[in-house]
Design a protein around this ligand. Structure first.
Ligand code: ATP
Ligand code: MG
Length: 584
């Protein structure tokens, strides 16, 4: 049943009941008022009749007098003596008197004897009609009680008319109530529907202010309160959505992996980083962490945190091929915030690698220093120990000098790398003439070139003769590269140094016809202390720092350096310099 029908039926039934009750009450009250008026009138007439009959010791023709009186007052008149015998009655007549029963026990007569007057309403035994009787005691007369009776048939008739009028009023009232109720229920139902439509709009997220006014009555108040509540809720929802978006942005942008599990161990939130680290399925939310996290250390930590413990952070290895290291921190979420646990994975692979590089570096430095030191010490002890021939002494001292020189180079290279690391070496750019730069390098290396019997050729393109760089640092770069080429060239080999331009890049390269570099090592020769063949290069005097210094210096210029094996054998190391250099 719709709200409208219910309102309609309810109001209709209520008004019908009210109308029916009021109509009944009205007709009852009309009847009782009428009876009261009749009774008063009747009583007055009876008293008058009693007064007329008072002090009449004899009454020769009671029947005739009763008839005459009845004629005057238009009612039934009965004269009753002290014993209850009827002396005259206008209704039955002279002849009927004998058949009349004694009236001493009639209620109105009994009351008249006792109190002087009496009234009764009943069906007449004589006429069979509903009749009102009034009896009054007569003072000192032959008639003891005079009674006047009035049949109420007429009253009932008048009452019927009044009742019909009342019921007609009721029907008219009901008709009006019907129309009014129908109209009201439609009006109320329209307003309720308007509120429902508004609520529907809010549900779809449209919180704009409604165009219509709700009105000032209770429905209007309810609608306004609802509207304000919904608007308030809408504002809060927007706020929550904004906060959620912020949180999402943070989670998405985080390099750390983050997971939130609820009290039951189900994933509530996970960011892309953690999905990658733990190789979680695309949509892991809602699943138990044991189902999706395949790393025993992490599941143990999560399990412990869910029991309320605060496990210490643990370093875990994930991703077997790339062996990445992570610090896993798990903290329980307070019960007042819903419980559960938060896992944060922090990638420390680079940190650990840097640590390893540092450790390797220290080990390498110690090793590189110890080797010449041991040699120096050995020869010094040999010199101290005993008499040596001048030739031997000379030989020993030369070895000591060579190792001392090597140590010196090592230390100065290390110091330079430290300065480069700390960015203490600044570029002092100038326009460098590449031909003179390379000539200076070659002439500096002349003794080594001669010793090895190699030939150095330079080929400089016309458009690649000048660059804007730090001449001293570029000199160091090419001295190192040429030194390597000489060291790793066969006796009497050829070495080429070239300079050419490719657009905005200047390519300077040093090529030799040496053994080349195995493919497995070629990517690593720019690392500190990295040497392809340790035993051989140490003889050649190398420490494995030259190329890392070269790389630093080239990078300072904004360029890059790489090595490749040439087709015909040998190595080619190329330096690419931006030209014009970046920033000028
Ligand atoms: P340093 O230059 O510090 O005296 P080094 O020459 O051994 O010592 P790098 O110049 O850094 O060290 O070179 C690293 C390694 O790369 C060398 O030990 C060598 O094995 C390899 N290498 C470098 N240049 C050549 C080349 N032209 N031919 C073959 N191997 C090379
Ligand atoms: Mg070198």
């Amino acid at each position: 049943m719709t709200f409208r029908t219910r309102t309609f039926v309810g109001v209709l039934v209520a008004s019908a009941l009210a109308l029916a009750v009021s109509t009944t009450l009205v007709t009852r009250s009309v009847r009782s008022t009428m009876l009261h008026n009749i009774e008063t009138g009747l009583m007055r007439q009876t008293r008058l009749a009693a007064e007329l009959l008072a002090n009449r010791a004899t009454l020769p023709a009671p029947q005739a007098e009763a008839d005459a009186l009845a004629e005057l007052i238009d009612g039934r008149v009965t004269f009753i003596d002290a014993t209850g015998r009827v002396l005259g009655d206008s209704e039955v007549g002279e002849r009927g008197l004998a058949a009349l029963e004694n009236h001493a026990t009639r209620r109105e007569v009994v009351s008249a004897h006792q109190h002087g007057f009496g009234v009764d309403l009943r069906q007449s035994r004589t006429t069979g009609i509903e009749t009102m009787y009034a009896a009054v005691a007569v003072r000192n007369g032959a008639v003891a009680v005079v009674r006047i009776a009035l049949p109420l048939a007429d009253v009932e008739e008048r009452l019927l008319a009044a009742r019909q009028l009342a019921w007609a009023g009721l029907i008219a009232g009901l008709g009006a109530a019907l129309l009014l109720t129908w109209g009201t229920s439609i009006w109320i139902s329209r307003r309720v529907q308007a509120i429902a439509a508004l609520a529907g709009r809010y549900r779809q997220g449209d919180f704009s202010r409604p165009a219509r006014d709700f009105g000032r009555d209770e429905i209007g108040t309810v609608a306004r309160v609802l509207d304000d509540t919904a608007r308030d809720l809408g504002a809060r929802l927007t706020e929550v959505a904004r906060e959620r978006a912020h949180l999402d942005a943070i989670l998405q942008g985080m390099a750390e992996g983050a997971v939130l599990v609820d009290r039951a161990g189900k994933l509530v939130v996970s960011n892309p980083a953690v999905r990658l680290m733990l190789r979680l399925p695309d949509d892991p939310e809602g699943r138990h962490f044991l189902e999706v996290v395949r790393h025993p250390e992490i599941t143990t930590l999560l399990g412990a945190a869910l029991t309320g413990a605060r496990p210490s952070p643990a370093e875990v290895q994930l991703d077997h091929e790339s062996r990445r290291s992570f610090i896993a921190r798990v903290v329980p979420v307070e019960a007042s915030r819903g419980g559960g646990a938060v896992l944060v994975l922090h990638d420390v692979t680079e940190l650990r690698q840097a640590d390893q590089v540092r450790r390797d570096f220290v080990a390498n430095v110690s090793h590189e220093l110890r080797t010449p030191l041991t040699a120096i010490r050995g020869y010094v002890e040999a010199l101290l120990d005993g008499p040596t021939t001048p030739d031997q002494s000379d030989k020993f001292l030369k070895v000591i000098a060579r190792h001392a020189g090597r140590m010196e180079r090592l230390v100065s290279d290390l110091l330079r790398l430290a300065r480069l690391d700390a960015k203490q070496e600044l570029l002092q750019r100038a326009h460098c003439q590449i031909p003179s730069l390379l000539t200076a390098v070659v002439s500096e290396m002349e003794p080594a070139i001669d010793a090895r019997g190699v030939t150095v050729r330079t080929q400089i393109d016309l458009d690649a003769e000048v660059t804007y760089g730090d001449p001293l640092k570029l000199h160091d770069v090419f001295r190192n590269l040429l030194e390597n080429a000489i060291n790793y060239s066969p006796e009497g080999g050829d070495i080429e140094m070239t300079s050419r331009r490719a657009g905005y890049v200047l390519e300077l390269s040093v090529s030799d016809h040496g053994p080349g570099i195995p493919d497995a090592d070629i990517g690593r020769i720019f690392e500190r202390f990295y040497r392809v063949d340790r035993s051989r290069t140490r003889d050649a005097g190398g420490t494995g720092l030259g190329l890392s210094i070269v790389r630093h210096l080239v990078q300072l210029h904004g360029g890059s350096v790489s090595a490749r094996n040439r087709d015909g054998g040998g190595t080619c190391v190329s330096v690419l310099l931006p030209d014009p250099p970046a920033g000028t």
